[in-house]
Design a protein around this ligand. Structure first.
Ligand code: ADP
Ligand code: ZN
Length: 436
C-alpha cells in the first residue's frame, strides 16, 4: 500500500534512490538538450553517478534556466504524451511551465495521498479544497490526492468566502485545505457574519503555498478549533506533495523516493549538513514529463537530523523560513521577512497581518517600513499607548536586525486580505529594472 512507502528502511530507500537517480540523469541527458548541453559543459556524464553523493558533481538548475526554456524547452516527452500542464503562480516573475505524463499524474496523486494521510486525513473525512483550481498546482494537486485517499472532496477553489462558509456548514466539512492566509481570513469573515468559527466543526487543516509562522498557526488553531498542519511543494518539482507534516506536526516528511533533497549554502553552493539552514535543492527521481536535476528552489530550510517519533523513516525538512529572493538589503544589512515576522509574533498587541513597504531610490532600499495591524484588544485611542507599542516593536527589531525600521501600526482589519497567498513585500516605488 502507498502508506507503507514512508516506512522503508533507510538502506532500502537509498538503494531505490540511487537506481532512480541514475535513471533520471541518463534520461534527462538523452531526452532534454538543455541537460545534455549542461552536463557536457561541466564534463560530467550519467555514468559518473555511482553513489548518491555523486549527485554533487551535477550542475544546478535555476529558475532562470526554467524561464529561458519557456514554455516547453525542458519537456522530455513529445506533447502527445503530455496530459496536463500547470504553471507557477508567478509570485516572483514570469511563470514556469510544467508538463505531466499519465504516469506523472499517477505518482503525483499518490504523493499527495501520502501527505494527506500522514497529516491525519482519513477516508470518512469531508475535505474542502480552497486552493485555486487552474494553472496553479494547489487545487488540482490536492484534489486528486484526496480522492485517491478515499475521502470526499468538495472542490470549492478559492474566493467567494461567504459561500464557502455556508457550504462548509451545510456539507459538514471537517478538513480544510487552503493557504494559511485564507484560513485566517475565512475565520474573520465567519466572525463578521456573526458565527463562531469553532461551531463549523473543522478538525484538521492542511495548509501550504506560503509560510505559516508560528503565531499565525496558533491564531488559526484557536479560532477554528482545528489542528493545523503544513505541507510544501512547488510547481517546478511537481506541486504540492513534496513534503508534509505528520501527526506529530514537527517538520515535514519528504517523499524521498520521488524527490531527492539537498541543502546548500546559497552563497558558496556547498552542501550543508543536517540541522543547518540553507537553500533547499531537489532532484526529481521519477518524473517523465519534465525531469529536474538539482533545482535551486530559493526556499530556506534545513533537514531535521533526528528521526521522527511517528516511526516513519523518511527524513523531515524544517518549515520554510523564507525565500532567498525575499531578502532585502537595508542599509547594508540583510533582512528577511521571516525575521520581522518572528519579532512581531512576540508582540501581544499586534495580529499576524503585516507587510513590508519598500521605498527604493535608484537601486538601493532607502527605507523599509513595517506595517502591522493591531488586534482588536491592542487597539486604543491613546496616542501615547500607540507610540509605546511602536517603540517596543522597533526596539526589538533593531535588537534582532541591527538596523532601524519604521513601524506603522494599522487599525484592525485594514490590511488587504487574500484568498490565496499573502503579499508581504510591497514596493512603494518599483525598482527601475524588474527583479527576476
Ligand atoms: P510561486 O513561486 O509563483 O509562488 P508556486 O505556486 O509553485 O509558485 O509556489 C511554490 C512556492 O510556494 C515554494 O517555492 C515556496 O516558496 C512556497 N511554499 C509552498 N509551500 C510552502 C510552505 N508549506 N511553507 C512555506 N512556503 C511554501
Ligand atoms: Zn513523523
Amino acid at each position: 500500500m502507498w502508506q507503507q512507502k514512508d516506512y522503508m528502511s533507510r538502506d532500502e530507500l537509498q538503494t531505490v534512490q540511487l537506481s532512480l537517480l541514475k535513471e533520471t540523469v541518463q534520461y534527462a541527458y538523452e531526452k532534454v538538450p538543455f541537460y545534455r548541453a549542461k552536463l557536457d559543459e561541466a564534463g560530467v556524464y550519467p555514468r559518473d553517478i555511482q553513489s548518491l553523493d555523486d549527485i554533487r558533481v551535477l550542475p544546478f538548475t535555476t529558475k532562470e534556466d526554467m524561464r529561458n526554456n519557456y514554455p516547453y524547452g525542458l519537456f522530455a516527452v513529445p506533447m502527445k504524451e503530455v496530459v496536463r500542464i500547470h504553471a507557477s503562480s508567478g509570485t516572483t516573475g514570469r511563470p514556469i511551465v510544467m508538463g505531466y505524463t499519465q504516469k506523472d499524474l499517477e505518482n503525483w496523486k499518490e504523493q499527495v495521498a501520502r501527505i494527506c494521510f500522514m497529516a491525519g486525513v482519513r477516508d470518512d473525512d469531508i475535505v474542502q479544497i480552497s486552493f485555486g483550481y487552474g494553472l496553479f498546482t494547489g487545487g488540482f494537486g490536492l484534489h486528486y490526492g484526496v480522492e485517491k485517499l478515499g475521502a470526499t472532496v468538495v472542490p470549492f477553489s478559492s474566493g467567494n468566502t461567504e459561500r464557502q462558509l455556508m457550504l462548509m456548514q451545510d456539507f459538514h466539512t471537517n478538513v480544510l485545505v487552503s493557504t494559511p492566509s485564507f484560513a485566517l481570513y475565512m475565520a474573520e469573515a465567519a466572525e463578521d457574519m456573526g458565527f463562531s468559527p469553532r461551531d463549523f466543526g473543522l478538525r484538521l487543516g492542511l495548509f501550504g503555498g506560503e509560510p505559516c509562522p508560528y503565531n499565525m498557526r496558533q491564531a488559526i488553531e484557536s479560532k477554528w478549533g482545528l489542528k493545523a498542519t503544513q505541507n510544501y511543494g512547488l510547481t517546478e518539482i511537481v506541486g504540492p506533495g513534496v513534503s508534509g507534516d505528520c501527526e506529530v506536526v514537527h517538520g515535514m516528511h519528504i517523499c524521498e523516493d520521488h524527490f531527492y533533497p539537498e541543502i546548500i549554502d546559497p552563497a558558496t553552493l556547498r552542501p550543508l549538513p543536517p540541522g543547518k539552514d540553507g537553500e533547499i535543492v531537489f532532484t526529481t527521481l521519477s518524473k517523465e514529463g519534465v525531469p529536474v536535476i538539482r533545482y535551486r528552489t530559493r526556499d530556506i530550510a534545513s533537514i531535521i537530523p533526528e528521526p521522527c517519533p511517528c516511526g516513519r523513516t523518511s527524513r523531515r525538512m524544517s518549515y520554510i523560513t523564507g525565500r532567498t529572493d525575499d531578502m532585502l538589503i537595508v542599509k547594508g544589512v540583510n533582512v528577511f521577512p521571516s525575521q520581522v515576522e518572528e519579532v512581531l509574533a512576540q508582540v501581544e498587541e499586534v495580529s499576524p497581518y503585516y507587510l513590508l513597504m519598500v521605498h527604493r531610490e535608484k537601486d538601493y532600499i532607502k527605507d523599509l517600513e513595517v506595517h502591522v495591524e493591531l488586534t482588536e484588544d491592542g487597539f486604543t485611542d491613546s496616542f501615547r499607548e500607540l507610540q509605546k507599542i511602536e517603540e517596543k516593536i522597533s526596539g526589538r527589531l533593531k535588537a534582532v536586525l541591527s538596523v532601524t525600521l519604521k513601524v506603522r501600526l494599522m487599525e484592525p482589519k485594514s490590511l488587504e486580505r487574500t484568498t490565496g497567498k499573502a503579499r508581504r513585500i510591497v514596493e512603494k516605488n518599483p525598482a527601475p529594472t524588474p527583479q527576476s
